[in-house]
Write a protein that binds this ligand. Structure first.
Ligand SMILES: Nc1ncnc2c1ncn2[C@@H]1O[C@H](COP(=O)(O)OP(=O)(O)OP(=O)(O)O)[C@@H](O)[C@H]1O
Ligand SMILES: [Mg+2]
Length: 286
């Protein structure tokens, strides 16, 4: 059995304290990510359930149609006359069957495409081993995240993409995806019935900016400078952990970037992120 680490204390040598905080932060990033993925898994299951449901029922219809079609082709050998064949063709409602077959196949293909997209997004999202900074496409990360949180957003918000021309940026994309996910889920929670979430990206010199604006209930001035604190939440007990934004803050800081929020109560909130295209010096992994 290994010794449990001694509790953090202010008397510790600063280097040890900093190493321990660093380790605690790493664990927090990991456990928050696992919790988020767990919570989303339910939503994703729901998303997959729908296309799988209709592909399954389409397969059943296809089975019935095939039985009818076989009746027709088998009759080629047994029918006494062409007229008999025409009769069978009429009785199976051939014209309808043909049209419907094409529709069923197209719809099933679309359903399977949707499932494939969701699975690809989950894979992109859960690159737990990916802990190194490398150049990646932020827009692709945003699309991946939108696919994962679609279930939380679709009944509440219209998502507007106002994308600029971005270079690839040096980052740990799975962690930036996590930040985008926190911001999108918070935005959806802030919208009571229905509203808009705008995602705006721009490139400015050696930086890129990402703004996520919602038309939700906004944040009171008194809360605005507390939202990045760990465990600060206005959600009911059991709903929010209050870790989403503090975690996002840490991730953006590790990327040598900034994250700020502006809000007008009753009108909405914007989270503004600024990230360097290249990390200033040989970056340590988070
Ligand atoms: N877009 C937003 N609109 C209004 N309030 C927000 C928004 N984003 C964050 N907040 C406020 O900031 C608080 C902290 O957000 P944070 O994401 O850190 O935690 P949480 O959403 O409460 O819980 P968790 O993300 O851990 O489930 C929220 O409880 C909410 O009061
Ligand atoms: Mg949150």
């Amino acid at each position: 059995m290994t010794d449990a680490p001694s509790p953090l204390s202010q008397d510790m040598p600063p280097q040890e304290l900093s190493a321990r905080l660093e380790q605690a932060n790493r664990q927090l990033v990991q456990s928050e990510k696992m919790a988020a993925i767990g919570q989303l898994a339910a939503g994703v299951a729901h998303e997959i359930n729908n296309p799988v449901g209709y592909v399954y029922s389409n397969l059943q219809s296809l089975g019935t149609y095939l039985t009818d079609l076989f009746r027709l082709t088998d009759a080629v050998d047994t029918a006494e006359s062409l007229e008999d064949l025409r009769q069978i063709r009429k009785s199976i409602d051939y014209d309808f069957l043909r049209g419907d077959l094409e529709d069923l196949l197209a719809e099933s293909r679309e359903g399977i495409e949707r499932v494939k997209t969701i699975i690809a997004a989950m894979k992109d999202f859960s690159h737990t081993e990916e802990e190194e900074f490398r150049y990646a496409d932020l827009h692709r990360g945003i699309e991946t995240t939108l696919n994962v949180v679609n279930n939380e957003l679709k009944y509440k918000a219209e998502v507007v993409r106002d994308f600029g021309d971005l270079p690839e940026i040096e980052c740990i994309i799975s962690q930036l995806n996590q930040v985008v996910m926190n911001l999108l889920v918070n935005a959806a929670h802030a919208i009571e019935e229905s509203g808009t979430i705008t995602i705006r990206t721009r490139s400015e010199g050696g930086f890129v900016t990402l703004d996520i604006t919602d038309s939700g209930k906004g944040i009171e001035q008194a809360h605005l400078n507390r939202i990045f604190e760990p465990f600060f939440t206005t959600k009911p007990v059991g709903r929010g952990t209050g870790l989403g934004l503090s975690l996002s803050f840490n991730i953006i800081e590790k990327h040598s970037g900034q994250i700020t929020a502006t809000s007008t109560p009753g009108q909405g909130t914007t989270f503004h992120i600024r990230l360097p295209v290249s990390q200033p010096h040989s970056p340590a992994s988070v």
